[in-house]
Design a protein around this ligand. Structure first.
Ligand code: URA
Length: 270
Protein backbone atom coordinates (compact mmCIF):
# COMPACT_ATOMS: atom_id res chain seq x y z
CA UNK A 1 0.00 0.00 0.00
CA UNK A 2 1.17 3.52 -0.75
CA UNK A 3 0.25 6.70 1.06
CA UNK A 4 -0.34 9.85 -0.95
CA UNK A 5 -1.46 13.45 -0.57
CA UNK A 6 -5.08 13.71 -1.77
CA UNK A 7 -4.67 17.37 -2.72
CA UNK A 8 -7.19 20.17 -2.59
CA UNK A 9 -10.58 18.51 -3.06
CA UNK A 10 -12.03 19.71 0.26
CA UNK A 11 -12.87 23.23 1.42
CA UNK A 12 -11.44 25.64 2.30
CA UNK A 13 -8.51 24.44 0.16
CA UNK A 14 -10.54 23.74 -2.98
CA UNK A 15 -11.47 27.41 -3.24
CA UNK A 16 -7.88 28.48 -2.49
CA UNK A 17 -6.57 26.19 -5.24
CA UNK A 18 -9.18 27.49 -7.68
CA UNK A 19 -8.66 31.17 -6.96
CA UNK A 20 -4.89 31.54 -7.13
CA UNK A 21 -3.50 34.80 -8.53
CA UNK A 22 -1.67 34.83 -11.87
CA UNK A 23 0.54 37.33 -13.72
CA UNK A 24 -1.75 40.25 -12.87
CA UNK A 25 -0.46 39.89 -9.28
CA UNK A 26 2.84 38.04 -9.78
CA UNK A 27 4.65 39.84 -12.64
CA UNK A 28 6.34 37.46 -15.09
CA UNK A 29 9.59 39.44 -14.98
CA UNK A 30 9.91 38.69 -11.25
CA UNK A 31 8.35 35.22 -10.93
CA UNK A 32 8.53 32.02 -12.96
CA UNK A 33 4.76 31.96 -13.41
CA UNK A 34 5.12 29.62 -16.41
CA UNK A 35 5.75 26.71 -14.00
CA UNK A 36 2.43 27.28 -12.23
CA UNK A 37 1.67 27.94 -8.57
CA UNK A 38 2.77 25.38 -5.99
CA UNK A 39 0.66 25.59 -2.87
CA UNK A 40 1.73 23.49 0.06
CA UNK A 41 3.11 20.29 1.57
CA UNK A 42 1.79 18.37 4.54
CA UNK A 43 -1.53 17.84 6.29
CA UNK A 44 -4.72 19.53 5.17
CA UNK A 45 -6.90 17.24 7.31
CA UNK A 46 -6.94 19.36 10.46
CA UNK A 47 -4.09 17.54 12.23
CA UNK A 48 -1.20 19.99 11.72
CA UNK A 49 0.37 21.41 14.88
CA UNK A 50 3.36 23.09 13.22
CA UNK A 51 2.99 25.54 10.35
CA UNK A 52 6.13 26.17 8.31
CA UNK A 53 6.36 29.30 6.21
CA UNK A 54 8.96 28.89 3.46
CA UNK A 55 10.07 31.27 0.74
CA UNK A 56 9.40 30.17 -2.84
CA UNK A 57 9.42 26.94 -4.82
CA UNK A 58 12.47 25.83 -6.81
CA UNK A 59 13.13 23.16 -9.46
CA UNK A 60 12.19 20.03 -7.47
CA UNK A 61 8.97 21.64 -6.30
CA UNK A 62 7.96 22.56 -9.87
CA UNK A 63 8.03 18.85 -10.78
CA UNK A 64 6.66 17.30 -7.56
CA UNK A 65 3.92 19.98 -7.24
CA UNK A 66 4.50 20.21 -3.49
CA UNK A 67 6.76 22.68 -1.70
CA UNK A 68 10.00 22.11 0.17
CA UNK A 69 10.90 18.75 -1.36
CA UNK A 70 14.43 19.64 -2.57
CA UNK A 71 17.55 20.38 -0.50
CA UNK A 72 15.75 22.96 1.65
CA UNK A 73 12.88 20.59 2.33
CA UNK A 74 15.05 17.63 3.22
CA UNK A 75 17.06 19.75 5.63
CA UNK A 76 13.96 21.12 7.28
CA UNK A 77 12.27 17.73 7.42
CA UNK A 78 15.21 16.74 9.63
CA UNK A 79 14.55 19.73 11.89
CA UNK A 80 10.90 18.68 12.30
CA UNK A 81 12.05 15.13 13.07
CA UNK A 82 14.22 16.46 15.90
CA UNK A 83 11.07 18.06 17.35
CA UNK A 84 9.29 14.70 17.10
CA UNK A 85 7.02 16.13 14.39
CA UNK A 86 6.82 13.33 11.81
CA UNK A 87 3.43 13.99 10.23
CA UNK A 88 1.63 16.83 12.07
CA UNK A 89 2.86 19.76 10.03
CA UNK A 90 1.81 21.85 7.09
CA UNK A 91 3.97 24.11 4.95
CA UNK A 92 3.22 27.01 2.64
CA UNK A 93 5.58 29.46 0.96
CA UNK A 94 5.72 33.24 1.02
CA UNK A 95 5.36 33.14 -2.78
CA UNK A 96 3.29 30.74 -4.89
CA UNK A 97 5.75 31.01 -7.77
CA UNK A 98 9.50 30.71 -7.98
CA UNK A 99 11.27 34.07 -7.63
CA UNK A 100 13.19 35.11 -10.75
CA UNK A 101 16.18 37.40 -10.25
CA UNK A 102 18.02 38.43 -7.15
CA UNK A 103 15.98 41.45 -6.14
CA UNK A 104 12.50 40.21 -7.01
CA UNK A 105 11.95 38.46 -3.67
CA UNK A 106 12.65 41.57 -1.62
CA UNK A 107 10.80 43.85 -4.04
CA UNK A 108 7.51 42.03 -3.36
CA UNK A 109 7.97 41.31 0.35
CA UNK A 110 5.11 43.58 1.41
CA UNK A 111 3.06 43.53 -1.80
CA UNK A 112 -0.58 43.70 -0.59
CA UNK A 113 -2.00 41.89 -3.65
CA UNK A 114 0.36 38.95 -3.14
CA UNK A 115 -0.38 39.01 0.60
CA UNK A 116 -4.12 38.62 -0.02
CA UNK A 117 -4.00 35.00 -1.20
CA UNK A 118 -1.23 34.13 1.30
CA UNK A 119 -3.37 35.53 4.13
CA UNK A 120 -6.30 33.43 2.94
CA UNK A 121 -4.09 30.33 3.24
CA UNK A 122 -2.78 31.36 6.66
CA UNK A 123 -6.33 32.07 7.87
CA UNK A 124 -7.53 28.68 6.59
CA UNK A 125 -4.62 26.75 8.08
CA UNK A 126 -4.71 28.41 11.49
CA UNK A 127 -8.52 28.27 11.53
CA UNK A 128 -8.72 24.54 10.74
CA UNK A 129 -5.72 23.12 12.62
CA UNK A 130 -4.53 23.24 16.24
CA UNK A 131 -1.36 25.11 15.24
CA UNK A 132 0.99 25.37 18.23
CA UNK A 133 3.90 26.99 16.42
CA UNK A 134 4.71 28.85 13.23
CA UNK A 135 8.28 28.63 11.94
CA UNK A 136 9.40 31.12 9.30
CA UNK A 137 12.31 30.12 7.07
CA UNK A 138 14.29 33.22 6.16
CA UNK A 139 13.59 36.92 6.29
CA UNK A 140 10.93 37.06 3.55
CA UNK A 141 8.86 34.49 5.43
CA UNK A 142 9.40 36.49 8.63
CA UNK A 143 8.05 39.61 6.90
CA UNK A 144 5.11 37.57 5.58
CA UNK A 145 4.30 36.32 9.07
CA UNK A 146 4.43 39.81 10.61
CA UNK A 147 2.30 41.22 7.78
CA UNK A 148 -0.32 38.56 8.52
CA UNK A 149 -0.07 39.36 12.26
CA UNK A 150 -1.55 42.77 11.45
CA UNK A 151 -4.75 41.14 10.15
CA UNK A 152 -7.56 40.08 12.54
CA UNK A 153 -6.86 36.32 12.18
CA UNK A 154 -3.12 36.92 12.51
CA UNK A 155 -3.58 39.04 15.62
CA UNK A 156 -5.71 36.26 17.16
CA UNK A 157 -2.94 33.63 16.73
CA UNK A 158 -1.66 32.62 20.19
CA UNK A 159 0.89 29.93 19.29
CA UNK A 160 4.66 30.12 19.42
CA UNK A 161 6.69 31.74 16.66
CA UNK A 162 10.27 31.18 15.55
CA UNK A 163 12.12 32.84 12.70
CA UNK A 164 15.15 30.82 11.61
CA UNK A 165 17.72 31.19 8.85
CA UNK A 166 16.54 29.69 5.57
CA UNK A 167 17.67 26.07 4.99
CA UNK A 168 19.73 27.04 1.94
CA UNK A 169 21.26 30.13 3.61
CA UNK A 170 24.72 28.44 3.69
CA UNK A 171 24.54 27.77 -0.07
CA UNK A 172 23.59 31.35 -0.97
CA UNK A 173 26.06 32.83 1.54
CA UNK A 174 28.87 30.67 0.12
CA UNK A 175 27.90 31.71 -3.43
CA UNK A 176 28.35 35.33 -2.32
CA UNK A 177 31.85 34.60 -0.97
CA UNK A 178 31.17 33.60 2.67
CA UNK A 179 33.05 30.73 4.23
CA UNK A 180 30.77 27.70 3.65
CA UNK A 181 31.63 26.00 6.94
CA UNK A 182 31.01 29.16 8.94
CA UNK A 183 27.76 29.77 7.05
CA UNK A 184 26.54 26.26 7.88
CA UNK A 185 27.47 26.71 11.55
CA UNK A 186 25.47 29.95 11.55
CA UNK A 187 22.43 28.12 10.14
CA UNK A 188 22.67 25.33 12.67
CA UNK A 189 23.11 27.76 15.57
CA UNK A 190 19.91 29.48 14.45
CA UNK A 191 18.11 26.14 14.20
CA UNK A 192 19.38 25.01 17.63
CA UNK A 193 17.90 28.18 19.17
CA UNK A 194 14.53 27.33 17.62
CA UNK A 195 14.80 23.68 18.70
CA UNK A 196 15.46 24.78 22.28
CA UNK A 197 12.43 27.07 22.17
CA UNK A 198 10.02 24.58 20.60
CA UNK A 199 11.07 21.15 21.92
CA UNK A 200 8.52 20.33 24.59
CA UNK A 201 6.35 23.33 23.63
CA UNK A 202 5.03 21.59 20.55
CA UNK A 203 3.28 18.25 21.16
CA UNK A 204 5.40 15.59 19.44
CA UNK A 205 4.04 12.77 17.26
CA UNK A 206 6.93 10.69 18.58
CA UNK A 207 8.64 11.70 21.81
CA UNK A 208 12.38 11.80 21.29
CA UNK A 209 15.16 13.31 23.35
CA UNK A 210 16.40 16.52 21.74
CA UNK A 211 19.49 15.92 19.60
CA UNK A 212 20.83 19.38 18.74
CA UNK A 213 22.85 20.09 15.61
CA UNK A 214 26.64 20.08 15.77
CA UNK A 215 28.72 22.58 13.82
CA UNK A 216 28.23 20.74 10.53
CA UNK A 217 25.13 19.17 8.98
CA UNK A 218 25.45 15.38 8.92
CA UNK A 219 23.49 12.77 6.93
CA UNK A 220 21.70 11.89 10.18
CA UNK A 221 20.38 15.47 10.37
CA UNK A 222 18.46 15.09 7.09
CA UNK A 223 15.12 13.35 6.67
CA UNK A 224 13.35 11.87 3.69
CA UNK A 225 10.13 13.47 2.50
CA UNK A 226 7.24 11.19 3.54
CA UNK A 227 5.35 9.39 0.77
CA UNK A 228 2.08 10.78 2.17
CA UNK A 229 3.22 14.31 1.30
CA UNK A 230 3.33 13.86 -2.47
CA UNK A 231 0.66 13.27 -5.11
CA UNK A 232 -0.22 9.61 -5.79
CA UNK A 233 2.23 7.51 -7.76
CA UNK A 234 5.30 9.71 -7.57
CA UNK A 235 8.39 7.47 -7.57
CA UNK A 236 10.35 6.99 -4.35
CA UNK A 237 13.52 8.62 -5.74
CA UNK A 238 11.64 11.94 -5.83
CA UNK A 239 11.66 11.79 -2.03
CA UNK A 240 15.29 10.74 -1.66
CA UNK A 241 18.14 12.64 -0.06
CA UNK A 242 19.74 13.14 -3.46
CA UNK A 243 18.99 15.99 -5.87
CA UNK A 244 17.20 14.94 -9.07
CA UNK A 245 16.04 18.19 -10.72
CA UNK A 246 18.01 21.19 -11.99
CA UNK A 247 17.48 24.19 -14.23
CA UNK A 248 19.62 23.86 -17.37
CA UNK A 249 20.17 26.04 -20.41
CA UNK A 250 22.85 27.92 -22.34
CA UNK A 251 20.94 31.21 -22.19
CA UNK A 252 18.92 32.65 -19.32
CA UNK A 253 15.73 32.21 -21.39
CA UNK A 254 16.54 28.52 -22.06
CA UNK A 255 17.42 28.00 -18.40
CA UNK A 256 14.14 29.56 -17.32
CA UNK A 257 12.29 27.26 -19.73
CA UNK A 258 14.10 24.01 -18.84
CA UNK A 259 14.23 21.73 -15.82
CA UNK A 260 16.09 18.46 -16.29
CA UNK A 261 14.96 15.49 -14.22
CA UNK A 262 17.50 12.72 -13.67
CA UNK A 263 17.06 9.61 -11.51
CA UNK A 264 20.01 9.37 -9.07
CA UNK A 265 22.28 6.56 -10.27
CA UNK A 266 22.07 4.44 -7.13
CA UNK A 267 18.27 4.58 -7.16
CA UNK A 268 17.77 3.13 -10.63
CA UNK A 269 16.35 -0.39 -10.94
CA UNK A 270 18.57 -0.95 -13.98
N1 URA B 1 11.55 25.30 -1.82
C1 URA B 1 10.41 25.79 -1.30
O1 URA B 1 9.32 25.37 -1.66
N2 URA B 1 10.49 26.75 -0.40
C2 URA B 1 11.64 27.24 0.03
O2 URA B 1 11.65 28.11 0.90
C3 URA B 1 12.82 26.71 -0.54
C4 URA B 1 12.74 25.74 -1.46
Amino acid sequence: MHEFDPGYALEPYATLARSYPGPEVYPAEDFRIEWGPIFHRGRLDGTARVLVLGQDPAAHEAIARRILVGTAGRRFQGFLGKLGIDTSYVMINTYLYSVYGQHAGNAHATDPDIALHRHAWLDALTGHNPIQAVIALGSLADTAFHTWRKTPAGAAFTGAYQHVLHPTYPDSAAASGADPVEAMTKLLTSWNTALDALHGTVTADTDRPLVRYGSILTAADLATIPEADLPPGLPAWMRSDEPWAARKGATSAEKRATITVRIPEDLRPF
